[in-house]
Design a protein around this ligand. Sequence first.
Ligand code: ZN
Length: 174
Amino acid sequence: MYSPSPSSVLTDLLAAVRSTRQNHAWEHATLHVLGGRGQIRQTSGLSDPSGFTLFGEMLVEDVDQAVADAQAAINEGRRGLAIHPDCGTNLVVQALLSVLVMQLLGRAGRGFSVARFTAGLLSMTALSMAAKVLGPRLQTVTTLADLRDREVTEVYALRVFGKPAVRVSVGARM
Ligand SMILES: [Zn+2]
C-alpha cells in the first residue's frame, strides 16, 4: 500500500502554495489588462493551484489575449500588475482590523456614549485607510510575480451558479 512520506506531503503543499501565489499574480495582471482595454466591468477573480477563474461578462478571446499579455508584462518585470486594489485580501484585512477595534472599544467601557460613538466612527475611517495601505502590502505575500515556469493549458467560458465566468487553466511549463 502506498503511503506518502511526510516530506513528500510537505513538498506537494509548498508547490500548491507557490502555484496559487503565481496564479493570483496572473489573475490580478489579467484583470488590469482587461480593465485597461475596457473589456470588463465589475469583474472579480479567484485563484487556486491549477489556475484562476474570472467572474463576469467577457469574451473568451479577449481573456485569452489578456492572459498572454499579462504573463509577458509580469515576466518583463512589471510586478505592480500583480497587485490589485479590489483584491479579496484587502477585504480580509479590513474585516480583521474591524473586529480588533470593536473588541478594543468593547473593553473600553459599557453602554452608549457620544464619545464612544465618535471614537468608533473615527476608528472605522482610520481602519479603511489602514486597510488600503496594509492590503496591497499583504498581496506581496499572497501573490508571486514570476510566471516563467507556468503556462496556460486552456481558456474557456463556463457558468458558476448561473453566472458567466471564464476559466484559465494553468500548468507547469515543460
Ligand atoms: Zn486578489
